[in-house]
Every structure is written in structure tokens, then in C-alpha cells.
Design a protein around this ligand. Structure first.
Ligand code: IMP
Ligand code: MG
Length: 181
């Protein structure tokens, strides 16, 4: 698997240190008020697991399954909600967690959905934010790292469902993306 990687963009240690800061800032943001964490699957799984273990408070975790890439390296532009039932967030404060802010459609669509479901406050956190123009007007309240407009994998992010278990954020070799393994 590591042979398929062209370069490591953000290594494990750097991610770890950044999560220490991010988790503290998020706790500060909610300043003692209770909140429920809504994880956007599957990309935010690894990030959220590490982030939340740095928060020494009793937390509730809910998941939401959406898809927008459909196996390619460009967003399809459509956000599909894959769950039959959405998390019950009425009257709650929510921390919404995603892996990456790209076109912004996912975060915008899920944020809107949660507000529709009655969430009182929705704050968002993403591991990565791509430096590009967004299709949706949305910004994350907490960002791990800003990166260029390139396709990355690892630490939860996939290419055609694979590479989520790489412990760092990296860029795949061109031939791997072309062969589409
Ligand atoms: P958006 O709706 O375009 O902002 O895209 C967000 C979703 O697209 C993320 O939750 C990821 O699952 C996926 N995505 C966007 N950029 C990348 C990337 O560089 N690598 C892997 N997945 C990505
Ligand atoms: Mg994805």
C-alpha cells in the first residue's frame, strides 16, 4: 500500500500534535455546554476517533452516511444521504465533523439537514480544507490543515474505497489513479 504513495503531505506526528490543539479549541468553543458529535462517514471516521479521545468529557456520538464522490477523484456535485433515519438532534448543540472541505457541498448539505431537524447550534470541524473556490457558501469553524487543490488519501480519506487506513495524509502516484485499482 505504501508503495502506491507518491508523497507524504502531512505525517502522523504532525497530525497528532495538531489534534491536541484542535480538541482543546473545540472544548473551549462549547465552554462546558453539552453537545453531540455528528460524524460524516466514512471519511471522518479515523480523524474523529483520534480527536474525541482527546476530549475528557462524556460525549455522545452519532453518524451520518453521505456520498458525493462515487469512486472518482472529483466530486459528483450531488450529496446523497444514505441513512434511513437521521440522528435526533432537536434542541441540541452539534459538532459536525468531516474529513475534508472541498466543494463545500457536503458540509453545507449536512449542516442544513441538521438545522432542519431542529439542531439549535451547529459548529463544524474538518481535518483538511482545500484551497479552492467552493460551490456552496460554507466555512468550517475549526480546520486541521489547509492544503492545495490536489487529491489526497489516508487518515480516513479514500480513493475508490481504499487507503483510508494509511496513518498519514498523502498523494497517490499518477499510475495508481490511472489504473484505478
Ligand atoms: P465536498 O462536498 O466537495 O466538500 O466534498 C467533501 C467530501 O468529498 C469529503 O467528505 C470526502 O469524502 C470527499 N473528498 C473531497 N476531496 C477529497 C480528496 O482529496 N480525497 C478523498 N476524498 C475527498
Ligand atoms: Mg469520500
Amino acid at each position: 500500500m505504501h508503495d502506491d504513495v507518491e508523497k507524504v503531505l502531512i505525517d502522523e506526528e504532525v497530525i497528532e500534535r495538531r489534534l491536541d490543539v484542535l480538541s482543546a479549541r473545540i472544548l473551549e468553543e462549547f465552554s462546558g455546554r453539552e453537545f453531540v458529535v455528528v460524524v460524516i462517514l466514512k471519511g471522518a471516521l479515523v480523524f474523529t476517533a483520534d480527536l474525541l479521545r482527546r476530549m475528557p468529557i462524556p460525549l455522545e456520538i452519532e453518524c451520518i452516511n453521505v456520498a458525493s464522490y462515487h469512486g472518482a477523484t472529483e466530486s459528483s456535485g450531488q450529496v446523497d444521504f444514505l441513512d434511513a433515519k437521521l440522528p435526533a438532534v432537536e434542541g441540541r448543540s452539534v459538532l459536525l465533523v468531516d474529513d475534508i472541505l472541498d466543494t463545500g457541498r457536503t458540509l453545507a448539505a449536512v449542516g442544513e439537514k441538521l438545522r432542519e431537524q431542529g439542531a439549535e447550534v451547529v459548529k463544524s470541524c474538518v481535518l483538511l480544507s482545500k484551497d479552492k473556490e467552493r460551490d456552496a457558501e460554507v466555512d468550517a469553524d475549526h480546520v486541521g490543515f489547509y492544503i492545495g487543490d490536489e487529491f489526497v488519501v489516508g487518515y480516513g480519506l479514500d480513493f475508490r474505497g481504499l487507503y483510508r487506513n494509511l496513518p498519514f495524509i498523502g498523494v497517490l502516484k499518477q499510475e495508481v489513479i490511472k489504473d484505478g485499482r
